[in-house]
Design a protein around this ligand. Structure first.
Ligand code: FO1
Length: 322
């Protein structure tokens, strides 16, 4: 069994390659749910859906989230209420775009949660409905909310205010300065998949944001303990290439939160729990600095331009853990 710790877009592309190398039945991905949100009364799990839609070949390739050939009639109709909504109301938000077809997934998840099903069970049902054979596991069935603390007064609020991850990422286009990240509820929440992490042949950390995609999973009791004990079976792929994130705010957040925005910064975050870091050719000159953190370092192509590049990357990661 291969276990993969996953966030959104980068993880989805990596898993697509891994599925070309390993029978999907032998893959379990533990997916971040710290980004989950409730809007319009609907339970939305963006990272789970990004992984599901990508592996089903149904993702919008330009956006990297949501479904291809999507229509936006419901969102358009919502804007009618923007003028009549009282100033203090948060009803009918239109800053988070839910496509007409995508809505069906959120309707289903919300209705099943209301029936008492667990997020693990519902995620398996959604994956089955999309024809997936790998096991997708939400990091927990309980509420853990990634929250960003604002560093300075800005459009999102005053310095020190906490805002939800989706407000930070989507509403404010991850362009406001952060002074901290918290995972509210993680102390009480029970991690899913600890047994899988304990017994997996290899544990791969996808090229996802270490601070807001992988850190929420690591914040759950037991996860880091198992990874640290199995460090030589753990391999991470750096989401930072040449000092920058390929997508999203990883580079900016790393700098703002006191880390170096480089593969060495990534190595420092993962060194306690991970034996090997894979970095891109663009960072080959930093391989010895990564090794100075007590990790092995493998240099290869990490920019997943095609499923074939993703597959080669997955092969390299698997070899590193053998
Ligand atoms: N990302 C955006 O940048 N804008 C959106 O309006 C947006 C809507 C959305 C709806 C459903 C979904 O599953 C994902 C969505 N995302 C959107 C992506 C998502 O919020 C982020 O990429 C992740 O949370 C970060 O991993």
């Amino acid at each position: 069994m291969i276990a993969v710790l996953a966030g959104g877009v980068g993880a989805a592309r990596f898993l697509r390659g891994l599925m070309l190398e390993v029978e999907p039945q032998n893959i379990t991905s533990i997916v971040n749910t710290g980004d989950d949100t409730v809007l319009h009364g609907l339970n939305i799990s963006p990272d789970l859906d990004t992984v599901t839609y990508t592996l089903a070949g149904a993702i919008d390739p330009e956006r990297g989230w949501g479904l291809e050939n999507e229509t936006w009639t419901a969102m358009g109709a919502l804007s009618r209420y923007a003028t009549t909504r009282p100033p203090q109301s948060r009803a009918a938000p239109t800053w988070f775009n839910l496509g007409d077809k995508d809505l069906a997934t959120h309707f289903y998840r919300t209705a099943r949660l209301a029936e008492g099903a667990s997020l693990t069970q519902i995620t398996a049902e959604i994956a089955q409905a999309w024809g997936l054979d790998l096991q997708l596991v939400p990091m927990t069935n309980e509420s853990v909310q990634t929250v960003i603390t604002l560093a300075e007064n800005c459009a999102a609020g005053s310095a020190g205010t906490d805002i939800s991850f989706q407000e930070y990422f989507v509403k404010h286009h991850h362009s406001v300065a952060a002074s901290g990240v918290k995972f509210v509820g993680s102390t009480e929440a029970k991690a899913n998949g600890l047994d899988i992490l304990a017994s997996a042949d290899s544990i791969l950390i996808a090229p996802s944001n270490p601070l807001v995609s992988i850190a929420p999973i690591r914040s759950l009791a037991g996860v880091d303990d198992i990874l640290a004990k199995r460090r030589e079976s753990v391999c991470a792929i750096s989401p930072i290439v040449n000092g920058a994130a390929l997508k999203g705010p990883a580079d900016r957040l790393m700098t703002e939160l006191g880390h170096e925005s480089s593969v060495v910064g990534v190595a420092k975050i993962y060194a306690p729990i991970c034996g090997t870091l894979i970095i891109d050719h663009a960072d080959a000159h930093l391989a010895s600095s990564v090794e100075a953190q007590g990790m092995s370092c493998v240099v290869t192509d990490t920019i997943m331009k095609s499923p074939q590049v993703s597959a080669a990357l997955a092969r390299t990661a698997l070899e590193a853990t053998r």
